[in-house]
Design a protein. Structure first.
Length: 276
């Protein structure tokens, strides 16, 4: 169970589309706005984000967690074709896994036809599900630091697509960690959605599930091996990184080359993509 205190959520349809012009539609995504700031986000004991690949540990979000920032689902404009609008509407209406989930389906993603950066993660965590905003947790803070972007840039749907392997919070296992992303999600939607994002210049593959899907047989025997081999994929404009959970601090200390070698190149590529 979860509850919200002092939270106002503004919604306009599945993605808030209106005022179609010139064969395209405005896109609304999540970005910071002080106008609708939750006083606190309350989550039940035992709800926490688990990342289950390689050196990734889990990150627990305990009860009475206050939002680290005022990142809510508010509206920003991008551009999409009729086909992409229709496809995203279908995703947000999807109920294929409804009877296998502990919560009601709630796809959390952002995308537009002008996006230049793809963030391919695992699945929304508890706070993302509660707020409707991807990476609205300490992992998101660290990921933005790794990328060298501001919160506003991160949630700019015109430039950044956030398309996890599973669009809905998958629920918790017996130990309280997040279950794996629902397989049917990627099988049904992923390839066709990515095909409608023609301007992508950098893809950031966060964690083992995304890396396995995007890299196929080229994925390493462990997440550490895949991330260590990051240079093999940059010619395809892909970066392999671990999940940015703060519980992965031990992994980062054991692998200082990630901070020294990978992050400077990741930040450079992200900045070039955003500024192009």
């Amino acid at each position: 169970m979860h509850a919200l205190a002092g939270f106002t959520f503004r919604q306009r349809g599945a993605l808030g589309m209106n005022d179609a012009v010139a064969g395209g539609h405005p896109v609304y995504g999540a970005r910071p706005d002080d106008e609708i700031c939750p006083e606190a986000v309350l989550v039940a004991d035992g709800a926490f984000k688990q990342v289950g690949h390689g050196g990734e540990a889990d990150m627990r979000m305990r009860a009475h967690v206050e939002a680290l920032s005022c990142t809510k689902s508010v509206l920003t404009y991008g551009y999409m074709t009729d086909d992409l609008k229709s496809y995203l509407d279908q995703i947000h209406a999807c109920r294929l896994c409804e009877h296998e989930m502990s919560r009601a389906p709630n796809p959390v993603l952002q995308a537009s036809g002008t996006a230049r950066i793809l963030i391919a993660g695992q699945a929304p965590g508890n706070l993302a599900d509660v707020t409707g905003t991807p990476f609205n947790d300490p992992s998101g803070v660290r990921l933005r630091e790794w990328m060298g972007v501001t919160e506003a840039e991160f949630y700019d749907v015109t430039r950044v697509a956030i398309v996890p392997m599973g669009f809905c919070f998958p629920g918790n296992d017996k130990k309280g960690g997040d279950l794996p992303p629902m397989k049917r999600c990627a099988e049904t939607w992923r390839a066709d959605l990515l095909a409608q994002l023609p301007d992508l210049k950098v893809s950031i593959l966060v964690g083992g599930y995304a890396q396995k899907w995007h890299l196929g047989k080229r994925v390493g025997t462990s997440l550490t091996e895949t991330v260590r081999n990051w240079k093999a994929f940059t010619s395809e404009r892909m970066f392999t990184i671990p999940h940015p959970s703060w519980r992965n601090t031990g992994w980062l200390k054991r692998n200082p080359w990630f901070d020294a070698d990978v992050l400077p190149e990741l930040r450079r590529a992200v900045r070039e993509a955003l500024d192009s």
